[in-house]
Write a protein that binds this ligand. Structure first.
Ligand code: ZN
Length: 311
């Protein structure tokens, strides 16, 4: 039976979690994104098309065929190392997207309650350098933005860094780098990783896999323990509708055709395996296994344990 903080009416704070070998992966919720996000982000996923994929409803789309999307991080302890994958939108950031602008969520309190106090985090993995994945890299301190995780190494793909360094960025993107990326780099906390085609280990049981297209250096994050495997998508797959229709691209993909090829490759490699797929923007139930269906793929949700906060 599936239960999660999303559907549980209980007032007891809790966080959804999944077991991968010895690891417990926890979803740290930031915000549910507004209903207008889906039609903007995935314009090809019309309500007609979504309604023709009944397994998406009610968890991943509403009865009208409007997609549900969320912002969250995944937190996992690996052999005593405390790892966070992506850092969401962040609080108090000046953003062009109204859903991201000047957010005031209790993400940091949820992180603490899940046992991941910011000062205890050892490694922050950034799947790519977009505003909704780097926001909690920093927090406001007076007029300044300071690293939220002062004792962590932050890592991103060198390909990703080099791409943005070579682009004539619009002001909104420059702002994002100023408030959420440069403070971490200036504090000496950012490591750029050369990600090999077959993947690169960044810690025991944590491997970055290149999944380019959405951005050139976008990575998926593979977690391995005791023969069990999970894969955090980053934005290689924004929403489960792209499993049924891997050709559907987001409006913010840098290279849409490459993104679709990557999606097909990732889904094809996972189909029929025991690997748990963890969606970086998938609303609850968020995780599952991949099956082939009707020339595409389907997500079969995996039971999530509800880990009491502080437990
Ligand atoms: Zn994103």
């Amino acid at each position: 039976m599936f239960t999660s903080s999303h559907t549980t009416k209980s007032t007891t704070p809790s966080t959804s979690s999944w077991t991968v070998g010895n690891h417990t992966v926890r979803r740290i919720d930031e915000v549910v994104l507004p209903a207008r996000t889906g039609p903007w982000l995935l314009p090809g996923a019309t309500t007609d098309l979504v309604s023709r994929t009944p397994w998406l409803s009610p968890e991943f789309a509403d009865e009208q065929g409007v997609l549900r999307l969320a912002s969250h991080s995944f937190a996992v302890e690996v052999d005593g190392m405390r790892v966070l994958v992506d850092t969401g939108i962040g609080n108090g950031k000046r953003r062009a997207n109204p859903a991201w602008h000047n957010l005031n969520s209790d993400y940091e309190a949820r992180l603490r309650a899940a046992g991941f106090a910011p000062e205890s985090v050892d490694l922050v993995v950034l799947t790519h350098l977009h505003a909704d994945h780097v926001g909690w890299n920093t927090r406001a301190q007076g007029d300044a933005w300071v690293p939220t995780f002062p004792n962590a190494r932050y890592i991103a793909s060198r390909t990703e860094w080099d791409y943005w360094a070579g682009v004539d960025m619009e002001e909104a993107r420059r702002q994002m780098f100023r408030d959420s990326v440069h403070p971490v780099r200036e504090a000496g906390l950012l490591d750029l990783i050369d990600v090999a085609e077959e993947g690169t280990d960044v810690a025991p049981g944590i491997r970055l896999l290149p999944t380019p297209g959405h951005t050139p250096g976008q990575v998926a994050v593979e977690l391995n323990s005791r023969g069990e495997t999970a894969l955090v998508t980053g934005d290689s797959i924004h929403h489960p509708v792209q499993m049924a229709h891997p050709e559907l691209c987001s409006c913010v993909d840098v290279a849409p055709e490459l993104a679709a090829r990557t999606r097909n490759r990732v889904l094809g490699s996972l189909a029929g395996t025991s690997t748990l797929l963890l969606g970086s923007h998938f609303p609850a139930p968020t995780a599952g296994h991949v099956l082939r269906e009707d020339g595409g793929y389907r997500l079969v949700p995996a039971p999530s344990g509800v880990t009491p906060i502080g437990g």
